[in-house]
Design a protein around this ligand. Structure first.
Ligand SMILES: Cc1ncc(COP(=O)(O)O)c(C=O)c1O
Length: 461
């Protein structure tokens, strides 16, 4: 039994048995469409090609196609290739497209850039160029530390734009900061380090990943100057030094100095999560902590804010002693960032398109931040406004509404937003809401701001 045909120019997999005749062929095509092997909207083989491939009369295929078009499975148009019907037009019994995660009407979820700003044309051009120049060998099992072209491009970019002491040998590409936390937790565990300090508050997901990879978590409080470095007593710590998540403060200069001094003295490893370091608005850029102690600080950056989270591309600049252990952990993790995307990002950086995009995005986010601040009622206290894609509205004053009430008012308006309370480790600190002004598409930003302001008024009056 022939299973795959390619003389039609399109590989089609039907599993049709000739002894089942015309009804059997119709069944086989229906099954291919229902199972998604023939995708909604896809061109199907011409009647001539399929008939030749199957060894049946062309009229047989023509009649089957006509029957399936009448049933709604196929879409035929004079003079155009026959296609599988689009998802919405398929009969009920046919497969529905995989549902997308429902998005809120007004998206103020923190940690997300405006995805409509993704530089599609630049990315397309970079991908084309990367494909043109890639050697055949590049399509093999790629280097565990990442494509050399991207590691070189990142080392140059990070030195120039974030003040990182980077060179390609110690620069590693991974699949997002979450992957980095998993890798580093394992590497630390193998070196006998089983406790990692995290800022309190901080995102639960990274603490959970560290725990899943063998670490115990020690929360260390954050105040107006950032992490309370004097309270550190763990052999490793994760710190969002440039813009603490979620409180938004920058680690004060004297704390930066004492943190790196402490690490050098005790041999501790500092993991610097520089997730939105490119977006600073009011003051000079805060350079990377890593430059103060490159053999004790792991610098971690990500494309999730500057480009898109779905790329799953992030990078580490490692102390030399950790390069080989991370290479081994990368192997064990089984995950590798896709090579073509790595080459495209390298091209984007070296061509200058990445810098141009980041500058454009920075200007846009800064304008949004200003508009949001101007619209907010005086009953909330915005904080962490100097940088990033989110601000925190503290709800800790005597006349502040309760966080649960604000979140409920936001839910009623279908506003996607986050509460602060969930990110405290152990004992709960004050409430607040974290508004991600980066997330909405440009045209929806004014509506999202208005909806948030209305929600705040509703619970304040
Ligand atoms: C504090 C913090 N660190 C890092 C990241 C980046 O994570 P990833 O690279 O896994 O997308 C985010 C994304 O939301 C974040 O909020």
């Amino acid at each position: 039994m022939a299973e795959t045909w390619s003389s039609s120019g399109i590989d089609v997999h039907l599993g049709w048995r000739p002894d089942t005749g015309r009804p059997g062929l119709a069944d086989a095509i229906r099954a291919a469409i229902r199972s998604g092997r023939w995708q909604p909207g896809a061109t199907v083989p011409s009647t001539r090609a399929l008939a030749a491939d199957l060894g049946v009369a062309r009229g047989t295929v023509t009649r089957v196609y006509a029957d399936l078009a009448a049933e709604g499975y196929l879409h035929t148009l004079q003079g155009a290739p026959t296609r599988v019907a689009t998802a919405g037009a398929l009969p009920q019994s046919a497969p529905r497209p995989v549902p997308r995660e429902p998005a809120p009407r007004w998206d103020l979820r923190p940690g997300r850039p405006d995805l409509t700003m993704f530089p599609r044309a630049d990315w397309q051009a970079a991908t084309r160029k990367a494909l043109q120049h890639a050697a055949a060998a590049d399509f093999g099992y790629t280097s565990l530390l990442g494509a050399p072209e991207l590691r070189a491009a990142l080392a140059g970019y990070l030195s120039r734009s974030r003040g990182v002491l980077a060179d390609p040998e110690r620069t590693v590409v991974c699949c997002g900061f979450s992957h980095a936390v998993a890798l580093l937790s394992r590497v630390l565990g193998e070196r006998g380090v089983t406790e990692t300090a995290f800022e309190n508050p901080s995102l639960g997901i990274y603490r959970d990943i560290a725990v899943a990879n063998g670490q115990r978590i020690r929360p260390v409080d954050v105040d107006a100057h950032g992490l309370r470095v004097s309270e550190l007593d763990s052999p490793a710590v994760v710190v969002t030094a440039a813009h603490q998540y979620p409180m938004g403060v920058a680690l004060a200069p004297e704390r930066r100095a004492s943190l790196t001094r402490w690490a050098a003295k005790t041999g501790a490893i500092v993991i610097e999560d520089d997730y939105d370091g490119e977006f600073r608005y009011d003051r000079q850029q805060v350079g990377a902590l890593q430059a103060l102690a490159p053999e004790h600080v792991v610098y971690a950056g990500t494309a999730s804010k500057t480009l898109a989270p779905a790329l799953r591309l992030a990078w580490l600049v490692l102390p030399r002693a950790l390069v080989e252990p991370v290479r081994a952990a990368m192997f064990d993790s089984g995950a590798r960032p896709p090579l073509i995307d790595q080459l495209a990002l390298a091209e984007l950086i070296t061509s200058g398109a990445y810098d141009r995009h980041v500058r454009r995005a920075r200007t846009e986010y800064r304008a949004r931040r200003d508009r949001l601040l101007a619209a907010l009622p005086g009953t909330v206290r915005p904080q962490g406004i100097a940088a990033g894609l989110h601000l925190l509205l503290m709800l800790d004053g005597p006349s502040s509404p309760a966080e649960t009430d604000v979140l409920a008012a936001c839910r009623r308006r279908s506003i996607g937003i986050e509460g602060l309370t969930q990110w405290w480790h152990g004992e709960r600190g004050p409430g607040g809401v974290i508004a991600g002004y980066g997330a909405p598409a440009g045209h929806a930003f004014a509506g999202a701001t208005q909806a948030l302001v209305e929600a705040l008024w509703e619970v304040t009056s």
